[in-house]
Every structure is written in C-alpha cells, then in structure tokens.
Design a protein around this ligand. Structure first.
Ligand code: GLC
Length: 536
C-alpha cells in the first residue's frame, strides 16, 4: 500500500490569519471548519496547522505554555474536535505543528526550573554561569541572565522561547507524552519545528565567524552528534501509530544535511529549503537544486516542494510580482516529483505586505532587528528598512476571502490591518474567473490527482535549457510531459507527435506537427499517447 502522504498535497494554515469564525479579528477553528468545503474543492489532501496551543504568542504560538490545550484565541477543545472530525469526513488529513525544541518562558516547567538551582526541573533547560558567544536566530545573544539564581539560560530564538535540554531523558519522555495525546486526539502527524536544533554541543565552544557572510557560523548549536538517534526514537514512537506522518523543519539549505534526516526510520520528509527558499528568481538554480536533490536522495527519500510559508516572503512578490511566473512556479510545485506544500493565499496570488509604521509590526524577528539596528546607530528610517527585510509579517496577513477587508477581521482587533486595495485580489472574485490564479491551482490539483505519473512517477528525463525546465514523468500506465518556459521568448519543443494537451496557460489546442512552439511564459502539460490512444 502506498503511503497516503506520498500522494498528498498539503496546505499550510497560519492560525491567526486564515479565517475568523467569531468576529474577534483573529482566525480560529470555527473559521477553518467553515472553509473546509473551499479547501476540499481546491483539491488539497492535508492541512498543516501552525501552533494552536495556549501561548503568550511572543512568536505567534511557537512559544507554547501548555502542550495539552487549545489557545482561547482559536477556540475550545470541542471546536478542535469538530474541526478534526469535519476535515476527516471530507478525506482531509491534519498535521499539527509541534515545538519540541523550546517552551514559552511562561510554561510551568520553566517557572519551576528557574525557581532554584536544586529544583528537579532545573536540568530540563540549559543553565550556565557565563554565556558563550552563541547568537539567537532572531538576533542578539542566545543567553539571558536570570537574577533569581544568577545564571544564564539558553534560547536559540526569542528570550521568551527557552531551549529544553534534550540531554535529559525526562524531557524526551514528556514530549513523547505530548505527541501521544495529540495522536490520540486524531491528528495525522506532525510538522516538527526546528527539529535539528534539539541537541547542542556539550563542549559549549564559541561558534566561529563565517568570514564570507560576516555572520556567525552556527557550528555548535545545531545538527549536533546524537540528533539523529533522537529523531529515530521520535519517528519510531510516532510510527507505532499506523499511517502517521512526520515532516521536519531542518533549517538548512545544504542538501547533504537535509538528506540525513529523512527516509527509513527517520522523518518521512523534510522541507527542502535548498529548493524552496531560493531568494531571487533563477530558473537555472531552481533546476540545479531539483536535479541535485534527485541525484542525492535515495529510493526511500522524497523531496518536498514549496516556495512560500509563514517564515518567508511570498513567492509571488519574491520572484518579481508577475502573474505568469507565479503560475509557472505553481505548475512546477504541483507536477515535479515531491510532496507539495501550498501556503494559504498563494492560490490567489497574494502579495507581500510591508509597513511604513514600526508600531504595526508584530513579528518578533522584525522588531528585534529594528531595535538592534537602532542600537547600532542606524536612523529610524534605515532601521525600518532592515526590520521589513527581516520581518515575517510579509506573508502573515489575513487570507483575502472577499473584497471587503473588514469581513472576518474587524478593524480595531485585526491581526494585521492591510491596505484596502490589497483586497482586490480575493477568493470571491477569483472563483468567478476561469483564468484566475485560483482556477489555475484547481486545474493543476485536479490534473495531479487524475494522473498517476504525476503522483508517483519517476523522471524519464529532467532538463534545463535556456530558462526552460522540461521533464517527463512516467509510471507503468502513462507518460506526462511538462514544459515550463520561464523565458520571454518562444521556444521549440521537439516532441513525439502523439501527444494530447492536458493543460496550457496560453493555448486551447495543439498544432498538429512534430515540433511544438512553446510560447513565452507558457505552462504546457501533455500526455503521450499512441495511435490507439494509450501509452506507448
Ligand atoms: C520555526 C517556525 C518559526 C519560528 C521558529 C522558532 O522556524 O517556522 O515561525 O519562529 O521555528 O520556533
């Protein structure tokens, strides 16, 4: 039996900004449940929910203060249960984001740990008399002085997100218990946050400087010895429950590192940042990363395909703000080999948001860099530019359901207020337009579902030529040709004459000769057939 997740397309929901169900300006479970029919019709198979547990939300829920509850902003446990039931009723799986690396500083474990050096929970976190030079990934030192016991504690992210000490077996036991709780509540797996950070080097040596990038090289605070053994234990535990799925956030663009974490007895997949976080648009690089992944991964490993998330700029804006290009990127993500993860709003081509007012910024990373820039003597204006670059609010604005910006996100409480004109791009309008981004995503998702070669086929070949990515995927039933012309020039495709048009962004039918001209910026998807109309 093929595992369900191998043939699934996931959709990431950023909890506070997907859909507000009770009018308080914040997304919630009732809201998500009300949009399950939309998601089903879109054609996705699984949802990834960002953290929904009780949290002070210094980092929007990635600072959990209770692993066994639902944050009141998002509803009640009963709302969660209804949501899971309704998602499952529609054949949609649900994976929960789980933060195992750190807890909120408000979590009672940390409160107990900091209360005295002799407390049994002292060793659940990492305490030192003196800090080393390790830097937080949000900027500044990764050590915070705590005057209760005159020691420093370690936090790889904000000081309110305190790193757990995974060298302590009680920490592991507590976290496995958390997973058990949610698996028994019916979640179909987890997205494991910053999972390669669980172990730090116990020598606590200073990190060296990366001279080229002029920033710290995080040599001793991630991907440390022993991490794979921990991952194997977690995977073994979760996979005791049949059919559960694990996707890991391994924060690295290095394919050799990413490769270590997935496959048999490990995580099912990891996010392929080597492909997904390409910063500026570069088709050749995209191709090279896809081809390198294909070469380096073994039979048991499948890449993930994504270009946006709540942590990065939306690909629509990042890659130049062009509708045709966004469709090419969508076609790449949904036809290449891998498990796709669509980020909410990408299916309507939502854009990045930047602010001219620092008081509107919510993201702890943006705000921290703003403060650090001011401390370093930058002007307010310069600091705001830096803050906007670092801020992840860009992609966290409310999902644009209708042309009315107030619907679902009341003005005064709104999670983030975005300019009225942004709402010109909205679900309601695009549902009526057969050429819209939304209609295109639906067609792609339907195509993917209807063609086994797109779901599970191998590459017969995978090529790059002059800003065009061109591949054939085949299984024992069919061969599908995908040509993505990212350039502004038409190109000729030398192709077998016996093909049938499945999808194009530029034509309704095919020319009847051997050489097909693929138009500039065209997505062209064909199926090879023989004279009798089937696979040759
Ligand atoms: C992950 C999350 C990000 C969060 C960080 C710390 O990278 O995706 O949003 O800030 O972990 O938990």
């Amino acid at each position: 039996m093929v595992k369900w997740w191998k043939q699934s397309t996931f959709y990431e929901i950023y909890m506070p900004s997907f859909k507000d169900g009770n009018g308080d300006g914040i997304g919630d479970f009732a809201g998500i449940t009300s949009k399950l029919d939309f998601l089903k019709e879109l054609g996705i198979d699984g949802l990834w929910l960002t953290p929904f547990y009780p949290s002070p939300k210094v980092d929007n829920g990635y600072d959990i203060s209770d692993y066994y509850g639902i944050d009141p902003d998002y509803g009640t446990m009963a709302d969660f249960e209804v949501f899971i039931q309704e998602a499952h009723r529609r054949g949609i799986k649900v994976i929960a984001d789980l933060v195992l690396n750190h807890t909120s500083s408000k979590h009672h474990w940390f409160q107990e740990s900091k209360s005295s050096k002799d407390h049994p929970k002292r060793d659940w976190y990492i305490w030192k008399d003196e800090p080393n030079n390790w830097e937080s990934f949000f900027g500044g030192s990764a050590w915070e002085y705590d005057e209760t016991t005159n020691q420093y504690y370690y936090h790889a992210f904000a000081k309110e997100q305190v790193d757990l000490n995974w060298a302590n077996p009680d920490v592991k036991a507590a976290m496995l218990d958390t997973m058990k709780f949610w698996l028994e509540k019916g979640v179909d797996g987890f997205r494991l946050d910053v999972i390669n950070f669980l172990k730090v080097n116990d020598s606590f040596q200073d990190n060296p400087l990366d001279v080229e990038k002029n920033e710290q090289n995080h040599l001793y605070d991630k991907d440390q010895e022993g991490i794979l053994a921990v991952i194997e234990e977690i995977a073994e535990f979760v996979h005791l429950y049949p059919d559960k799925f694990l996707v890991g956030e391994v924060g690295s663009e290095n394919l050799a590192i990413l490769k270590q974490y997935s496959g048999l007895n490990k995580l099912d997949v990891v996010f392929n940042f080597n492909i997904g976080s390409i910063e500026t648009f570069d088709v050749e690089k995209l191709y090279q990363q896809l081809a390198a992944t294909e070469n380096v991964y073994d039979q048991a490993q499948i890449p993930t395909l994504f270009f946006s998330s709540h942590d990065m700029s939306r690909h629509f804006s990042r890659f130049g703000g062009d509708e045709d290009r966004a469709k090419l990127v969508a076609a790449f993500m949904l036809t290449a080999k891998g498990v796709p993860f669509i980020y909410q709003g990408d299916e309507i081509g939502m854009r990045d948001w930047v602010t001219d007012d620092i008081s509107k910024m919510k993201d702890v990373q943006g705000i921290t860099h703003y403060q650090l820039a001011l401390q370093a003597g930058k002007s307010y204006k310069e600091a705001l530019v830096i803050a906007n670059e670092k801020s992840r609010d860009k992609s966290r604005t409310p999902m644009q359901w209708t042309a009315d910006s107030n619907v679902g996100f009341s003005e005064n409480l709104s999670w983030i207020t975005i300019p009225e004109d942004a709402y010109k791009i909205n679900v309601e309008a695009q549902q009526k337009d057969p050429d819209s981004m939304l209609s295109f995503y639906k067609k792609l998702l339907r195509l993917r579902k209807n063609h086994s070669a797109l779901l599970a086929g191998d590459y017969e070949f995978l090529r790059y030529e002059d800003d065009m990515i061109y591949f054939v995927r085949k299984d024992w039933v069919e061969k599908i040709v995908v040509a993505l012309n990212f350039s502004n020039q038409p190109k000729t495709l030398d192709i077998d004459p016996n093909v049938e048009l499945l999808l194009s962004t530029k034509r309704k039918s095919l020319e009847s000769n051997h050489v097909i001209t693929i138009m500039e910026n065209e997505v062209l998807i064909l199926k090879e057939v023989n004279e009798n109309g089937c696979f040759k």
